[in-house]
Design a protein. Structure first.
Ligand code: N01
Length: 532
């Protein structure tokens, strides 16, 4: 196949890739999008498991670059479900005529930088070879599915599914014996629904997770009308929030430690009723002090004990650690599901899953037989989707080598030694700790501006300066140390993937990050070096 030349190749057609393609084309660049899936939507294309929905409210979880789009699109639920978000991504792709620019069912396998030409050679599994000046990775933070390497898995004769790679046409569990491994967000959303279909559902739990009721409901037309009447102001206020959403959500700054027991309970109850992440806004010190956090954790445990009838199951479902350290889950009827006679909970914290057999799996010396096993075992987060591609920068150094001890980036956007390569919502940016749609829009616009700066200067390439990268990595780390985030084995730290370096990857605090981007811009893109 002959080599095709472009100004930019954008990898991924999720929310990040779609907007990046749109912006670069508007700037007059020739752009080729490449997407592994058969359609757009990224995470919302692949995660089709029952109950899948967003934990950021739909009023926030949408693009803000087009006022017409913002006004026209109508969400039906407070927390949009996967089919609706996928329909939105498809609508955007059609409305802005992006589909002709994307090659679907195609995965990028290699990307090597030619230092003399200042260009990337990009190869795909379909045999394409693209010669491009800019390479922009919109490959997602939670798109490399993680299936543990269980011995004997290949011997299992039943069906297996991963929540993050769910079959296009859904799965019928009617009358079947189903096992599910994991109790993260994906499991907590899917378990209540699978339980209503399956003859029997067994949940294998290694670590109990904190979950709060989502309190999902149809959108309130009055709220939507109020927000849409001045969406720009709503968005501006949202960007000032730590996670870039929910500007109208009540948040308290006062300390739980200063409250009386009655005040504490009243406040926690009030925030429990609001639903979702808002619970953690009940007091200002929950993310910073273990002593403060323990009160919130105990409140949730008391709710679990109230809800789950069998005391030993309730005890097993009660998380021991810091609430909000692993990502808080938002559910619809999760704990209630364990009151069903056809649902069983198996603790694999002390006796791990040993192996699979033809009939099922073995733990604690006991074999459990299944027709279907669901892996709700998460993702190789933030770096996995980048490192599975053979990316080589200057001197033939691979990204895998460069990141052997953990990801190194400047602003989560560029990597020293890898000119003209951009990582959208990369490690070192707020990414998964903020509204992802707002994060990708911010990055797409910033990348466009860095490229514009390069073109105005008639330069050949732009690269992060090593000292700027070092300082930024330290800043990201120092920030995380001010919080409780590093104190548990979360995927934010890579702790869920055996052998992955333990480094806290996202930058905490969207407003400070935005201020940093703007100060870098004002200083003529300090920390980025042009090459001629
Ligand atoms: O994955 P997870 P997820 N044996 O990594 C267990 C987003 N998301 O797909 O905690 C037994 O959270 C593992 O146990 P442990 C959201 O950001 C959002 O659920 O490591 N168990 C854990 O229980 C979320 O945080 C939404 O001990 C094993 C589970 O598998 C992120 O995606 C919905 C195991 C993995 O949980 C990831 O969520 C869904 C083993 N060998 C997802 N290996 C919403 O918007 C792993 N586990 C609401």
């Amino acid at each position: 196949m002959s080599t095709q030349r472009f100004d930019a190749v954008v990898v991924g057609a999720g929310f990040a890739g779609l907007y990046m393609i749109h912006l670069l084309r508007s700037e007059g660049l020739s752009v080729q999008g490449v997407e592994r899936a058969a359609g757009v939507g990224g995470t919302w294309y692949w995660n089709r498991y029952p109950g899948c929905r967003c934990d950021v409210e739909s009023i926030d979880y949408s693009y803000q670059f087009s006022q017409a789009l913002e006004q026209d699109w109508v969400w039906t639920e407070r927390y949009a479900a996967q089919p609706e978000i996928l329909a939105y991504a498809e609508h955007v792709a059609k409305r802005f005529d992006l589909l002709p620019l994307i090659r679907f069912e195609t995965s990028v396998t290699r990307a090597h930088y030619d230092e003399r030409a200042h260009r990337w050679t990009v190869e795909t599994d379909k045999g394409d070879v693209f010669d491009t000046r800019f390479l922009i990775m919109g490959t997602g933070c939670l798109s490399a599915a993680n299936t543990p390497d269980f011995p004997g898995l290949r011997n299992f004769t039943g069906r297996t599914f991963h929540t993050g790679l769910w079959p296009q046409n859904g799965v019928d569990f009617t009358g079947r014996r189903v096992g599910i491994i994991g109790t993260g967000s994906s499991a907590i959303q899917s378990i209540p629904i699978i339980a209503t279909q399956a003859a029997d559902l067994t949940v294998f739990q290694r670590t109990a997770n904190f979950s709060v009721p989502a309190r999902n409901r149809p959108v309130d037309p009055a709220t939507v009308a109020r927000v849409k009447a001045n969406y720009a102001d709503y968005r501006r206020r949202a960007r000032q929030q730590p996670a870039a959403f929910g500007p109208d959500n009540p948040r308290n700054a006062d300390s739980v430690l200063a409250a009386t027991p009655e005040e504490r309970t009243r406040r926690f109850e009030e925030y429990w009723q609001l639903g979702g992440f808002m619970f953690l806004g009940a007091f200002g010190d929950l993310a910073f002090s273990e002593e403060a956090n323990a009160y919130a954790a105990e409140f949730v445990r008391s709710k679990i004990r109230e809800t789950v009838k069998d005391p030993s199951t309730a005890e097993l479902l009660s998380p021991k650690g810091i609430i909000g350290c692993k990502r808080l889950c938002a559910d619809t009827g999760y704990y209630e599901t364990f009151n069903r006679a056809n649902v069983h909970l198996v603790d694999v914290s002390r006796q791990p899953i040993e192996r699979f057999t033809a009939k099922g799996l073995v733990t604690g010396g006991q074999e459990y037989a299944f027709d279907d096993v669901v892996f709700a075992t998460g993702f190789d987060a933030m770096t996995g989707s980048l490192l599975r591609i053979d990316i080589r920068g200057k001197g033939g150094v691979s990204l895998n080598e460069k990141w052997a001890a953990g990801p190194l980036t400047y602003l989560g956007l560029m990597v020293a030694g890898f000119p003209n390569l951009f990582t959208m919502t990369g490690p070192g940016s707020p990414s998964v700790l903020a509204n992802m749609v707002t994060g990708v829009e911010q990055h797409a616009e910033y990348i466009r501006d860095v490229i514009g700066w390069l073109r105005d200067a008639d330069a050949a390439a732009v690269e992060a300066e090593p000292h700027a990268e070092d300082e930024w990595v330290q800043a990201v780390n120092a920030r995380s140390q001010m919080t409780l985030f590093p104190r548990c084995n979360s995927w934010y730290l890579g702790a869920n993937v055996p052998g992955k370096p333990r480094v806290f990857m996202p930058y905490i605090g969207f407003p400070d990050y935005s201020a940093k981007l703007e100060s870098v811009r004002a200083a003529n893109f300090a920390g980025f070096a042009l090459q001629r």
